[in-house]
Design a protein around this ligand. Sequence first.
Ligand code: 0X9
Ligand code: ZN
Length: 424
Amino acid sequence: MKLQLLLLSVNIINFCLAERQRFDHYKVYRVNPTNANQLAGLQYLDGNSKDALVLNNVHMGPTDFFVAPSYLNTFLNILKGLDLTPELIDNNAQTSLSLDIEPVADANRRSDDYLWSEYHELNDTHHWMQNLVAKYPGIVSMFVVGRSFEGRELLGLRINHINLRLGKQSIFLEAGMHAREWISPATATYFINELLTSKQPEIMSLARSYVWYILPHANPDGYVHTHKTNRMWRKTRSRLGNNCIGTDPNRNWDFHWREVGASSDPCSESYAGPRAFSEPEVEALAQYLRKLPEPMFMYLSLHSFSQLLLYPYGHTSQLPENHRNLRKVFNAAVRAIEKRYGTRYTGGNVYDAIYPAAGSSTDWVYGVLNVKYSYCYELRPSGYSFWTGFRLPASQIIPTGKETTDALVEMIKAAAQIEGYKIH
Ligand code: 0X9
Ligand code: ZN
């Protein structure tokens, strides 16, 4: 009996290990396209092979590729043909990423112990959210946006403190759209906790002055996949009958869909999907946002990384109509975020500040729902180090949470002042 149990657990362990995708001897190369021909060549490479994975988006400027050992020669030959000289950044991604060793909080712990010293699994966070509903009756409630491709619920918290003011507006914060950007949901839950327990009067008056909607995991299937199988997964997990899985949910929104900076190739990391709103997660969120009862004052989307604050548009370099106000609020946020630890943010309109990218949530909310303040944060760390960038040490969750809260407080105050919306 004991032996059987032992064999069973060995089998389970083997099964888990076999499931996890490894990147042994994968190399990371950086290339720097400077003309349209090179860009098109890299886009082709991105879309046509699962063995040369671009780590976010092919664009003019440093772009990093994860290359499988079996594909190395082909990859280098294609680059030669494009007159591009790659720089070897990492010789063995598996070891330098320490992809096997990722400390995650124990999901069986009591929810009272939910802390920001580690990253959490999806169910752990959902339990914690459920407990908050019980702990703050009449203030916190759960909302269900819909279901993911694999059938998981998209759960958010609505926080509405008692406040006698009439006509409260809402602020919606979406996180976890890209699966591997773990600091995004962690910052969202940190912020939920601040809205409920902060000793800072400024945070609490902000908490009371708006109806808050916070969705920590906009892409739950992808997030689970980064815990169980592939830490570097970005997209959704939809199977659409192609040879590749998933769509980039931040290219799937129905606003200038797939016009630029989005791929029509199912294997690309920035695949826009077969049509706008093809992803059940994205479609459900859009429907939910359309039906919110309160007018939306601000929309916030948390991503990582690069330390950027971005506003519309991604499909054109043309600035949006209220860009001066968007810039003022941007300045307030960037100033505030630097105060605590000296963390430096840059940014601006997506198209110029980062790269052309059509079909994102922030652009759709701005362009279709006419929400005048719609921003996307690319949280810590800074720079281009893609192989460590998505794996921000858990010891930085709290500092990131604190400085991002500082930024949110100041940006909302600045926007409220411009719009004559009283905070109290
Ligand atoms: O490419 C993206 O979707 C975002 N960068 S990431 O590294 N997190 O993948 C940038 C999107 C910026 N665009 C808008 N939010 N409009
Ligand atoms: Zn992202």
